[in-house]
Design a protein around this ligand. Sequence first.
Ligand code: NAD
Length: 420
Amino acid sequence: MKESLLQNPVFGMAARQFDQVADFMELEEEIRERCKWPKRLITVSLPVRMDDGRTEVYLAHRVQHHLSRGPVKGGLRYHPNVDLGEVAALAMWMNWKCALMRLPYGGAKGGINCDPRAMSPREKEGVTRRFAAEILPFIGKEVDIMAPDMGTDEQTMAWIVDVYSANTGHLVPGIVTGKPVELQGSEGRREATGYGVAFLAMRALDKLGCAIEGASAIIQGFGNVGYHAAERLACSGVMVKGISDITGAIWNDNGIDVAKLGEHVRATGGVSGFDEAEGIDPDEMLLQPCEILVPAALERVITGENAPKLNCRVLAEAANGPTTPEADAVISERGDIFLLPDILCNAGGVTVSYFEWVQNLSRFHWSEQEVFTKLETMLERAFERMLNFAGEQQVSHRMAALCLGVREVAEVKKKRGLFP
Ligand code: NAD
């Protein structure tokens, strides 16, 4: 199992990053092994009746990386590329992210290998309900709490609450986060990841002594994270000049009207064809000059090939794992790009998910103002911790963020000792 996980390119990348961190921290062999490998890998098959009467069987995975610091927490992704290795890598990154943010969680991730764009709402509901039913013995508000990720949303979470609650006989809102506010979701959760990305990107510009007003940004991916990051940046005076999604890329030198583009996407399903911008090659878009570049879609899009040609001051990793180790080496060597590593940059989502869970457990509802104020405080603290560590140890921002996360986990494992 270890070998087949390592052969997966995304897990291989997460494992290589971990090895570098463990070497740097001189982690003892025993702790290193216990930190590196996932505690539970769960795969279930989901037979689902499709609209045309056929039965399709989907494969779904949930990986719980470790449970030493509390319940596990992580998103649920619907995408045709989902496989166990990718899900395990994302669970490992979640782990370091929760620890870096000092949230009382281990990391997890889930994914269903399906194409949500090709499914009707009824079929998506069928897949989700079947998954919730199959995974039920392995989750719980003190065990494993899911949230939306690529291809899933508040409605997906609402169906999971419904299946889980129907089985327990009472409403259990704390079983997932990222729910609709009407179903005890948190104010601000929908915007939280993008809000955090924009907040940190602007803090990075501040540190570089660059003005925010009039700075430019390019965003790959215009889903939950990309949209809210774009909106927040635009509200703060940043010109969002380039945006791409699965349908193509668009460009406007004077800045794209993000709200109008949002309406266009809702009406047509993608950014392509927006009449207030020109089309641009999606790969070329990433290389255009800008202050802030935000990959907010897939893994491994900043590569050894395009990293030398990037023209940004801040690389804000909204997606998980968007930068390959080869690209990382190029960025470190160049030294002219302020990297906001994924486990910090997109941590706004899990932080407000934590707030949502706390509100659910205490049957309380916080205002949006309260949520964003607390979020900014927690992001600022983690940002400063990362910068201080990087400065003191003379390491990259990614190495600093990962070391801080791994250190929290390693310490807890040491203190708890080995059972039996
Ligand atoms: P989403 O499904 O809402 O949106 C994904 C976007 O990426 C869509 O606009 C889609 O068209 C675009 N996309 C897909 N393939 C593309 C390609 N080849 N080129 C350009 N664009 C492409 O997903 P999301 O929730 O916004 O998540 C985006 C990323 O952020 C993922 O890596 C996810 O793991 C990460 N993330 C999400 C959250 C969250 O709260 N939703 C939290 C942390 C990290």
